[in-house]
Design a binder for this molecule. Structure first.
Ligand SMILES: [Zn+2]
Length: 108
């Protein structure tokens, strides 16, 4: 079940706190095709997970936080490490606040 209109994410967990605010955990389902630094295709391997929290559009008057588990990759060719891109989000400022291109669609 995908609660969010985010085609490159998969919802892995969803919970509410005592105020009714939602925290939705997601992982991406579209691994990078190549190293963004040197362009090589086959020499990437996984290099840990970074969790990032984004505030989303409120639903039912409750706050919605998206906890994104971003995969970090390392390139064997050039030794660069990089986080996978989040195609459904655009980062807005330095405080981790994200605004999405997509309109949230609730499928309860
Ligand atoms: Zn590379």
């Amino acid at each position: 079940m995908n609660l969010l209109n985010l085609p490159t994410f998969k919802v892995t967990d969803m919970k509410q706190n005592e105020y009714g605010d939602y925290q939705i955990s997601v992982t991406t389902i579209s691994p990078p095709e190549m190293c963004p630094y040197c362009g090589c295709i086959s020499n990437l391997y996984k290099w840990g997970i970074k969790k990032q929290l984004f505030m989303d559009t409120p639903m039912y008057g409750k706050r919605v936080a998206l906890l994104v588990n971003r995969q970090r990759y390392k390139c064997k060719e050039c030794n660069s490490t990089f986080l996978e891109l989040l195609h459904d989000m655009v980062l807005k400022n330095a405080y981790g606040v994200g605004y999405r291109y997509h309109k949230t669609i609730i499928l309860f």
